[in-house]
Design a binder for this molecule. Structure first.
Ligand code: ADP
Ligand code: MG
Length: 542
């Protein structure tokens, strides 16, 4: 179905501002259809002067439709045309005296001119199915009277409210609950739903005759200070939406001040109980907060483990053993970084560029001062799921550590270069860690090294992340490690599941044969050591 925009631009000579006005009218005219128990068709004059084009249509939610077929995009027939011409030329609401029987049911048609800046820019045809009209109740009379006020406002150019923001969220509808206020802001009619909503807010008395602004303010029981604009809205003085929080219930109010012929006749206030909606929103927010809190605790626990290992290292005399424990501290630390980041992020996906920055900084800190080479990051990792982020953070730590430790083993180097380059390409992530250090040892065989660091890297990259790894001499001197990892294409859902390892694509034999259990921190030795003295972030030896 063509849109209002398309139709207005291709078939009418309406300007930008006129079309904008019609948009804001149709974003809010459900109200008019519901109060009228009638179908609405918005007709705009065709630019060649040949007639009227239907550019929008609305059915009532309060009663049966009078129009089975969609009319948008069609031109008005002779009967409709006459009605629309009269409404435009006489600039007033025009009602056909006899019902239209062409569809088999009696339909009363009216033309309501849509006025903007003193010009009639379109006409609304209101079609009421008279078959369903019964002896009107008080509710129906109030609706229809409100509809007539609104229709006059459309004709006078005061509805939609100029400058009012479009209703982006679903605002209350007529069927949710309706109050009619008189000139002084006193309730003259309350629909049963509206009355119930106020009862749930804690109102014991009848609403009829009360001053809605004052009554509403009196019901406020939330700890938050009373929103000033609430009184203005509840008094029917401003065309806005506000929420009342009272007695454990939340009720949304939308007021539509009625100003007809230049004088205030009162207001309509739509009332909707949104307690359940707000409760569910709060629940979701709590769930989110819980997940973040858990990440925070995992991070704390990991820091405790790191502190524990650090304590143990300090008690050892064999340098090799100490070094091994210190490396373990670093490995645990890199996982903690991921959890720390997740404890700030609202979703399961994390900005890995942030993590890479921190992992690089940690690696740089460990390198001793006299041959410090600062890692440089280029490109972008983008968003990654935590399932990918955790192993990748460990891999980066190992590779940076190796470059700093083995690539630059000797004193100061001014031209030391250590670069991490990341690139997302469709559903792949390419990462290069390159240094211009002394290079790999002559007898280094990347396929068969059994040292722990690269073993960990290989296990994580190949088995856990289903990617490939190549470590080789860097053209121009030094060493480079290249990772090629599959990640989900959509960055918002990046790698929600770690991909299956592709054993054929790996450059290394089955890693399980090579003591990988050592690479699994979950199976670490559970030896006890000075636990009572261990605190996160504390480095004091016992
Ligand atoms: N960037 C590098 N520059 C030079 N040599 C490296 C580099 N990365 C790894 N190596 C070599 O590979 C070996 C194995 O590394 P790794 O498995 O991490 O064990 P470790 O770091 O404990 O020696 C290192 O001992 C080193 O000889
Ligand atoms: Mg190493």
């Amino acid at each position: 179905m063509p849109t209002l925009n398309d139709l207005a631009r291709s078939h009418t000579s309406l300007g930008e501002a006129d079309v904008e006005w019609l948009h804001s009218l149709v974003s809010d005219w459900q109200l008019l259809a519901d109060l009228s128990f009638a179908d609405l068709i918005l007709w705009a004059p065709a630019s060649d002067g040949t007639g009227w084009l239907a550019v929008a249509q609305m059915r009532p939610t309060t009663g049966p439709t009078a129009l089975q077929d969609d009319v948008v995009g069609t031109f008005a027939g002779p009967d409709d045309q006459r009605l629309l011409d009269v409404a435009r030329n006489e600039r007033r609401i025009w009602r056909e005296s006899d019902p239209d029987w062409t569809t088999g049911v009696p339909v009363r048609t009216e033309g309501i001119p849509v006025t903007r800046a003193n010009r009639v820019i379109a006409v609304i045809e209101r079609c009421t199915n008279l078959n369903s009209a019964r002896t009107p109740s008080r509710l129906e009379l109030t609706y229809v009277q409100g509809a007539d006020d609104l229709a006059r406002m459309v004709a006078e150019g005061t509805f939609p409210f100029p400058g009012a923001e479009a209703m982006l969220v679903r605002s209350p509808r007529v069927g949710d609950g309706l109050l009619r206020l008189g000139k002084a802001g006193r309730v003259t009619y309350a629909s049963p739903n509206a009355q119930s909503a106020y009862r749930r807010l804690g109102l014991a008395a009848d609403l009829i005759g009360s001053e809605l602004g004052v009554v509403t303010a009196g019901l406020w029981t939330s700890d938050e200070p009373l929103d000033e604009s609430l009184m203005v809205v509840a008094a029917g003085r401003a065309p806005r939406v506000a929420e009342v929080d009272g007695n454990g219930s939340v009720v949304q109010l939308r007021s539509i001040p009625l100003i007809v012929g230049g004088s205030r006749t009162g207001a309509l206030v739509l009332v909707r109980d949104v307690t359940e909606l707000r409760r569910r929103e709060r629940e979701l927010m709590t769930k989110d907060a819980t997940i973040r809190e858990i990440h925070h605790r995992v991070k704390n626990n990991l820091q405790t483990v790191a502190a524990l290992l650090r304590l143990q290292a300090r008690r050892l005399h064999a340098p090799e053993a100490r070094a091994a424990l210190e490396e373990a501290v670093r490995r645990v630390g890199s996982i903690a970084v991921v959890h720390e980041t997740l404890s700030h992020a609202p979703e399961e996906n994390v900005d890995f560029d942030d993590i890479a920055d921190r992992v690089a900084m940690m690696a740089g800190e460990v390198a001793s001062a006299e041959f410090r080479v600062a890692p440089k990051l280029t490109g972008s990792f983008g968003m990654l799921s935590s399932a990918i982020a955790t192993p990748l953070a460990m891999v980066l730590t190992e590779l940076l550590q190796n470059a700093l430790q083995h690539g630059f083993p000797h004193a100061v180097r001014d031209d030391g270069l250590l670069e991490v380059a990341a690139m997302r390409e469709n559903d792949r992530l390419l990462v290069t860690v390159a240094d211009n250090g002394v290079g790999l040892p002559a007898d280094f065989d990347p396929e068969s090294t059994t040292s722990l660091g690269l073993q960990i890297v290989r296990t994580l990259v190949v088995s856990e992340l289903g990617g490939r790894l190549r470590i080789s001499p860097r053209p121009g001197g030094g060493t480079e490690a290249v990772l090629d990892l599959p990640v989900a294409h959509d960055p918002d859902q990046a790698g929600t599941e770690p991909p299956n390892p592709d054993q054929n694509g790996t450059e290394q034999a089955d890693p399980d044969q090579n003591g990988t259990e050592q690479a699994n921190p979950g199976q670490a030795d559970t030896e006890q050591a000075d636990t009572e003295q261990v605190r996160p972030e504390s480095g004091q030896p016992g």
